[in-house]
Write a protein that binds this ligand. Structure first.
Ligand SMILES: Cc1ncc(COP(=O)(O)O)c(C=O)c1O
Length: 372
């Protein structure tokens, strides 16, 4: 397969483990294995005695049962555990799509959500998330206009990376109605779900639409990326069976140790999510104060849910040049819009990490020295 470079991952590959002042990360603050085990009495002994053999291809029955409790209508049998979220994105596209199929994908978005389809030879149309006066907006009539006879799939990411745009329950149902009318599949990447800053809990896409596929993961809202545990939820039996057969070719099964630890974390889902929501809200508060000092430079697009936001910076230097220069000179990492192939002076900021406020101060010093 010929596939274009994954710009965001190439950029992070260069800088994520060397830049000391991270301000763009999309995951919430992580924890040690010891800290995670402390949530559940007896879990440490359970881990030491856990079996290091293969697990079931769709995931251990215990973990699938625990994951299913996050949903309104999904059952344990509708969950297929994978290695992180990237594996199911790759497998789903390869399992469903063929050359010439038409795919509608939200844009901007995490690159693999359209790039795998692109590499298969699909025609991909962008359904744009646009800057509005107050945050971001989408146009549902535009979505309907993009549908063609060859359209097979609508691909979404809510809360969206990078904009933070989050579909409301009404919007999720509206898209499900449109998809049903045209007999389309919907793949909704919901890896940022769980840290709703407006306090409103929305359904997963798989809860509202039979041909809807929801993607979840431990990496983002839970801050447990090192587990490499993600999952797909869908009521569509044919998709379930084909995804399992794809997984035979990619990882066969996930790590049994990771499945055990993911199960511990998800049993304490509300406590961990609340810990992370508090970190995000505190950081967002500090960022509000920071942005309000420089209204001539920044457009503060506050997220509705999730740990990331896409802000605008009105400076004369192109944003990618500015970000690269800043990493080189001061080791401060922001993610430029160019890694999303997005035009405009935007950058992604991540609010889930506990060092955010200290790092923001370093960024402010740099701005005062170089720009303001
Ligand atoms: C929207 C989205 N989907 C999927 C992934 C991949 O997640 P994971 O690293 O858990 O495979 C990411 C990672 O940044 C993401 O932002």
């Amino acid at each position: 397969m010929m596939i274009n470079d994954f710009k965001l991952e190439v950029f992070f590959g260069e800088h994520e483990f060397t830049a000391p002042y991270l301000l763009a990360q999309s995951d919430c603050e992580s924890m040690t294995v010891k800290e995670l085990l402390e949530y559940e009495p007896g879990a440490e002994v359970g881990l030491i005695n856990s079996w290091l053999g293969y697990t079931e291809v769709p995931g251990s029955p215990e973990l699938r049962e625990t994951i299913s409790k996050l949903y309104r209508t999904i059952e344990a049998g509708d969950i297929i555990v994978h290695s992180g979220a990237q594996e199911p994105i790759f497998n789903f596209a390869n399992m469903l799509l063929s050359k010439g199929d038409h795919v509608i994908c939200q844009f901007p978005i995490y690159q693999s959500l359209y790039e795998v389809a692109n590499a298969i030879g699909c025609n991909v149309s962008r359904w744009e998330i646009r800057q509005a006066d107050n945050g971001w907006a989408v146009d549902f009539e535009e979505l309907e206009r993009l549908i063609k006879p060859s359209t097979k799939l609508i691909c979404l990411n809510s809360p969206n990376n990078p904009t933070g745009y989050t579909l409301t329950e009404e919007e999720i149902k509206r898209i499900a109605d449109i998809a049903q009318k045209h007999n389309l599949y919907v793949f909704c990447d919901e890896v940022y779900k769980g840290v709703e800053l407006d306090g409103i809990s929305r359904p997963w896409f798989a809860d509202v639409y039979e041909k809807g596929v929801s993607l979840g993961v431990m990496s983002k809202a839970y801050g447990l990326a090192g587990l490499r545990i993600g999952w797909v939820a869908t009521k569509d039996k044919e998709i379930q069976s084909k995804l399992i057969k794809m997984k035979h070719y990619t990882s066969i099964c996930s790590s049994s140790t990771s499945e055990f630890l993911a199960n511990v974390a998800l049993k304490h889902s509300n406590t961990i999510l609340e810990r992370n929501r508090k970190i995000i809200l505190k950081n967002l508060n500090a960022a509000d104060t920071f942005f309000s000092k420089y209204p001539q430079i920044f457009k503060n697009n506050k997220p509705v849910a999730g740990p990331i936001a896409f802000h605008k910076m009105n400076i004369d230097i192109p944003i990618d040049q500015f970000c690269n220069q800043m990493i080189k000179e001061k080791g401060i990492l922001l993610l430029p819009a160019t890694v999303f192939d997005y035009k405009g002076q935007y950058f992604r900021m991540g609010y889930g990490r506990s060092k955010f406020i200290d790092n923001l101060k370093i960024f402010e010093e740099y701005l005062l020295e170089k720009i303001i």
